[in-house]
Design a protein around this ligand. Structure first.
Ligand code: AMP
Length: 459
């Protein structure tokens, strides 16, 4: 879970990157950073917190240059430390590189061990550093060939931006797990995790970066290289549609709002309950709830109100504080809920703890019946490709049947969208999506193949 944004050919590249990251803030709130080049040297600024907290007018003015790469980070595991913030910049053989990565490598541990055995010293625990170490080994071959070798070596999910003194480079894994799109702005280029970032700066969407493709943008224009063939098993992350991407973005060629609405329409086809109105848990359930109400003809109400100003201060790791943070974020409108049979729509249940507290709050507000529909199937398996799902032990649906979850959440009825229903609503029936969190069928084996490792061929 991260957001990346790159600019080439704008006088105020860092400022543009700042706006781009602002639009991608939902993809990560832990740290933010921008690296910028004026064609000769690279400067960077990174910090913990939200984009608006990390940057101000003064810091942005210092970041002079026409090429920039930005990153917002959502930490899943490991230390949430400043040293792990991105873009990650290094200097090697008189050249500086800055990298921003969205996704998760699946053979990073093995690669790191091999590199360390060969004498590499790591400063961070992030995958991006491994990519730069590998790149440094073969950098003398030129960026195009070097990156191709790196892409043949790393496995898993990566949508990446690389900044050099005079280039902006984008590359994407051959499975196409995470989105990455290309746009133009006044003759310059912009690359972003989601199209909502292009909209904000009024850039025009051109196309997606293709799986296995490297796009090199320099003063002579844009060069596209199909570095490795796209995998015959495409594995676009379906959870981008369900929850992660912003509804005003188009990812994988589809508008996220429309997909979410049709997920809700599917839900209405699959499950009906005797209720007075439909309401979402905002904001995650909003769009599927619109779809459910449209398809069922039931009235739509905003039965709980979200406080948009809840800062990270409330996000505490302890269980008691977690409940508190749920209550502070959503508050039921008692006058709407009292004595009513309500159907709540949400996008997903992960641990079940948030949902349980929210349902309890609706009970306390006086609902006579509470039914719940979820716009994806039960999440039973961890994600190795960048979505923050906990270990199987913590995923409620990995250990419990739907009836047990219904009891745990104290619901009068619960329905999860079927796998078929989800695939149909997402136009994903062609098998080009990763649905491993629901099915356990991982698109790539979670193991390491060192046979094609560059460390073998380029020790
Ligand atoms: P819970 O009941 O604790 O499983 O939380 C469910 C809520 O968390 C839903 O409203 C989801 O939108 C949201 N959610 C979705 N994906 C994730 C995730 N990867 N990590 C944390 N929360 C998520």
């Amino acid at each position: 879970m991260c957001g990346i944004f790159g600019v080439f050919g704008h006088r105020e590249a860092a400022k543009l990157a700042y706006f781009g990251l602002y639009a991608l803030q939902h993809r990560g709130q832990e740290s933010a950073g921008i690296a910028v080049s004026n064609g000769r040297e690279i400067r960077e600024h990174k910090g913990m917190g939200l984009v608006a907290e990390v940057f101000d007018e003064e810091t942005l003015v210092q970041l002079k240059g026409h090429i920039a790469v930005g990153h917002v980070r959502y930490s899943t595991t490991g230390a949430s430390a400043l040293k792990n913030a991105q873009p990650f910049c290094v200097t090697h053989s008189k050249h500086t590189y800055g990298i921003a990565h969205n996704g998760n490598l699946t053979n990073s541990r093995e690669l790191r061990e091999r590199l360390e055995a060969q004498g590499s010293i790591f400063q961070t625990t992030i995958d991006s550093e491994i990519i730069l170490h590998l790149l440094a080994k073969v950098a003398s071959r030129g960026i195009e060939e070097a990156l191709t070798i790196v892409m043949e070596t790393i496995e898993g999910a990566y949508s990446c931006l690389l900044l050099t003194e005079d280039k902006l480079i984008a590359f994407r894994d051959p499975h196409g797990f995470r989105p990455l799109c290309l746009g133009i702005l006044n003759g310059g280029y912009v690359v972003a995790s989601e199209t909502c970032a292009l909209d904000l700066i009024q850039a025009q969407y051109l196309r997606d970066i293709r799986p296995g493709e490297i796009v090199i943008i320099g003063k002579d224009g844009l060069q596209s290289i199909q570095a490795i063939p796209p995998s015959p098993r495409q594995a676009r992350c379906i959870f981008e549609f369900i929850y992660f991407a912003r509804p005003d973005s188009n990812v994988f060629g589809e508008n996220v709002y429309l997909i979410r609405r049709s997920l809700g329409e599917r839900l209405a086809e699959e499950a009906r309950f005797d209720c007075d109105f439909v309401m979402p848990f905002p904001d995650s359930g909003n769009y599927a709830a619109v779809g459910y109400a449209r398809a069922s003809g039931l009235p739509f109400e905003m039965g709980v109100i979200r406080n948009h100003y809840v800062g990270r201060t409330f996000i505490q790791p302890s269980q008691s504080m977690r409940d508190f943070s749920v209550r502070v974020k959503l508050n039921p409108v008692k006058e709407i809920i009292r004595g009513q049979r309500v159907l709540v729509v949400d996008d997903s249940i992960v641990r079940g703890t948030t949902s349980r507290t929210r349902v309890r709050a609706i009970r306390e507000a006086g609902a006579s019946k509470i039914y719940m529909v979820i716009s994806c199937p039960p999440i039973r398996f961890p994600c190795y490709f960048g979505i923050d799902f906990p270990s199987r032990g913590e995923l409620i649906a990995a250990r419990h049947q739907v009836e047990e979850i219904q009891r745990y959440l104290d619901l009068d009825g619960l329905h999860y969208l079927s796998l078929e229903g989800m695939l149909a609503a997402c136009r994903a029936e062609d098998g080009s999506f990763c649905t491993a969190c629901f099915t356990g069928q991982y698109p790539i084996e979670i193991r390491t193949d060192l046979s094609k490792n560059i460390l073998e061929r380029h020790p």
